[in-house]
Design a protein around this ligand. Structure first.
Ligand code: SF4
Ligand code: FES
Length: 247
């Protein structure tokens, strides 16, 4: 495949960015999207130009680093995949592909396609954990029976990889799908009950502090989420917040 790429180039956080056009040739349909980007970068390096900066780590849909907005969609046109799992067979010869960073005030651009998602880390630090007694009296995990239904729902919520596609897809730049998943993961389990009220209040307060918008039930986040995190998690977070405010 021969392709035209229109890519957001931005030197650093304080410099104005712009779309720059590149051509890549002989791209195999079996390549991943990031492998196609590697071909472009090799081409740029060989011609003495600066390669396009983009985030990646695992390249298998686990780490949540590969944040790219491709043809107007977070992680591109396929469903249930991250950018690193996107295949070039989703495109055809002669296509023009537009590649931008995830855009949200709480995800400032660091360089080219790399954004700063440390706001997610601060939300996690504010409550995304449980306190466990490790003094020698640690309770055996199997001592607490958990229904299959709750275990499955908690596991589904725990599959959120913190990629930020929900934020990038939302017209309000809301992080409520992410925070809803992190709150739900513990709200469904007995281990999460002790700190439940503080957790949801602190995480929502931190989310607001970081500048994320509110949810207006558009549902774009659920559609673009590579892990299929359900809007039900936002409803559960709101219920948890209501419960906490009544304590
Ligand atoms: S909820 Fe989905 S889109 Fe949002 S951070 Fe988690 S995995 Fe990514
Ligand atoms: S590089 Fe890890 S999820 Fe894409």
């Amino acid at each position: 495949m021969n392709l035209t790429l229109k890519i957001w180039r931005q030197k650093d956080a304080s410099t104005k960015g712009q779309m720059v056009e590149y051509k890549v040739t002989e791209i195999s349909e079996h390549m991943s999207f990031l492998e196609m980007m590697d071909v472009l970068n090799e081409q740029l390096v060989n011609s003495g130009d600066e390669p396009v900066a983009f985030d990646h780590d695992c390249r298998e849909g686990i780490c949540g680093m590969c944040s790219m907005y491709i043809n107007g969609e977070a992680h591109g046109p396929d469903r249930g995949v991250t950018t690193c799992q996107l295949h070039m067979r989703m495109f055809k010869d002669g296509d023009t592909i537009t590649i931008e960073p995830f855009r949200a005030a709480a995800f400032p651009v660091i360089k080219d396609l790399v954004v700063d998602r440390s706001s997610f880390e601060r939300i996690q630090q504010s409550g995304g954990y449980i306190s466990v007694n490790t003094s020698g009296n640690t309770q055996d995990a199997n001592a607490l029976p958990i229904s299959k239904h709750d275990a499955d729902e908690a596991m589904d919520a725990a599959t959120c990889i913190g990629c930020g596609a929900c934020v990038a897809s939302c017209k309000n730049s809301s992080a409520m799908l992410f925070v809803g998943a992190k709150v739900s993961q513990y709200a469904l389990l007995p281990q999460g009950q002790v700190e439940a009220a503080d957790r949801v209040q602190n995480m929502v307060a931190q989310m607001d502090l970081e500048g994320f918008g509110n949810c207006t039930n558009t549902g774009a986040c659920e559609i673009e989420c590579p892990k299929g995190i359900s809007l039900e998690n936002i409803a559960r977070m709101n219920r948890e917040l209501m419960k906490a405010s009544l304590k």
